[in-house]
Design a protein around this ligand. Structure first.
Ligand code: FCB
Length: 447
């Protein structure tokens, strides 16, 4: 008997990202992406690795799909690499790139695995970055052009679509903190990039509706619950409110309410930030009907007043255990976040499109990988999903990040998030204990 019994129609899946697993960075006519450029620039990646080869999914997708089938994973969330299909971002389409995705999606179909396909997971064509990237408003039209082409070329093979992945990460880690490609440090540029991302999302949803394709469309947003470091200190409370506005509301408010958080924008303007230009029709374009909202979450944030311009808030630790990447294990706040999202925005349907745990796993002499930390993490985070469902929140699916160990952006290959271990010298795959546990959980509709 299960204590945690999930609904029969609950979606169980695993998530991945193009640059993180494909490799084949310069094969099959693919153009250079900003992540190719960023990783090939010494000093940007902590362990000096890159995504040139990583898991080699570009050549091994059949093996990986067979493995997923064997493990009983019914849904696969993957990304298209924009420069693989449009080497210059716009202009001529690269047939070889499109064919790769057609073969892979066909293989998924043949193995009875459903797909969620993300259009953009950070690997922007370098050629478009040279025209300003997300700081340039023309990105909206370029993205729409790319989205329409993908609906046309792959629409018959894709079950569901996702426009963008983690717009906060793209804009603020890429254009303000500079730890992600393209590595800039300009707050006003980040805010403008955020607006253009919101617009690009809206344009892609609108184009999808016009395409007449079946299936659903949504977005994947990374959100955290923000708490004041000291709930009795007004300055901490205010700092946490600002952080929440930047991370969560800057994207959710326009998506669901068709507005930006006005008091936050006014605050930023007072700080000397140049606000993005909002043209007539912009807010309507962003505010599209979503079939589902994809929530990505791993941890939470405790904010103390003080620190860098313009938010003047610093993240502090609470002393909770951390995973290999340094993020605190905070399952309770996962539930609080889901509730907050539901209460504030009433999404039609929520999918947890990413959740998972990094741990320093290796293959033991007996050929096994005993990743107990991940297993416990997943189980306890899933209990919070269960709790939300019990309370009537329309939470309909869960995807583990990630199927495979893969290239973890600025952290490189050393940080392992996979249910399946990858030996980067041989590319051998070894399902970990958590992979088998997840199989059983899916089979039993719970645990
Ligand atoms: C998310 C990213 C994903 C992966 C996980 C750990 O922010 O979307 O690619 O890096 O974090």
């Amino acid at each position: 008997m299960n204590t945690y019994r999930f609904p029969d129609d609950f979606t169980w899946g695993v998530a991945t990202g193009s640059y993180q697993i494909e490799g084949g960075w310069n094969e099959g006519g693919k153009g250079e992406s900003i992540w190719d450029r960023f990783c090939h620039t010494p000093g940007n990646i902590k362990d000096g690795t890159n995504g040139d080869v990583t898991c080699g999914f570009y050549h091994r997708y059949e093996e990986d799909i067979q493995m997923m089938k064997k493990l009983g994973y019914p849904t696969f969330l993957l990304t298209i690499s924009w420069p693989r299909v449009f080497p210059d971002g716009v202009g001529e389409i690269n047939r070889e790139g499109v064919d790769f995705y057609r073969r892979m999606l066909t293989c998924l179909r043949e193995n009875g695995i459903k797909s969620y396909v993300v259009l953009y997971h950070w690997d922007l064509p370098q050629k478009l970055q040279e025209k300003g990237g997300w700081m340039n408003r023309e990105m909206v039209a370029w993205f729409e052009n790319y989205a329409r082409a993908m609906y046309r070329e792959l629409g018959d093979l894709v079950d569901n679509w996702i426009t963008l992945l983690e717009p906060w990460v793209i804009s603020f880690l890429g254009y303000w903190h500079g730890v992600h490609a393209p590595g800039y440090h300009d707050y006003s540029a980040a805010l403008t990039a955020a607006h253009h991302l919101n617009l690009a999302h809206g344009a892609a949803v609108k184009a999808f509706r016009e395409s007449g394709l079946s299936g659903e469309i949504g977005i994947k947003v990374n959100m955290d619950m923000f708490y004041p470091a000291d709930p009795n200190t007004p300055a901490d409370i205010e700092a946490a409110v600002r952080a929440n506005a930047e991370h969560n509301r800057l994207f959710c408010d326009p998506l669901f309410l068709g507005t930006y958080p006005q008091e936050f924008m006014a605050y930023l303007e007072k700080q000397g930030v140049v606000l993005p230009q909002i043209l007539p029709g912009d807010m309507e374009l962003i505010h599209q009907d979503l079939d589902f909202f994809g929530l990505n979450n791993y941890s939470d944030a405790h904010i103390r007043a003080g620190g860098a311009w313009p938010l003047y808030g610093t993240m502090v630790t609470t002393g909770k255990p951390v995973t290999q990447i340094g993020w605190e294990y905070q399952p309770e706040s996962f539930y609080e976040l889901i509730s907050w999202l539901n209460d504030h925005y009433h999404p039609k349907k929520i999918l947890i499109t990413e959740n998972g745990c990094a741990s320093n796993d290796w293959v033991d002499d007996d050929g096994k990988v005993t990743d107990s930390i991940r297993l416990i993490y997943l189980r306890n985070y899933l209990k919070q999903v269960y709790r939300a469902i019990q309370e009537g929140i329309p939470l309909k699916g869960y995807f583990v990040w990630s199927l495979l160990d893969n290239f973890e952006w600025a952290e490189g290959l050393s940080i392992r998030f996979g249910l399946v271990h990858v030996d980067y010298s041989t590319l051998k795959r070894t399902p970990k204990a958590s992979a088998y546990w997840y199989s059983q959980t899916i089979k039993d509709h719970g645990f």
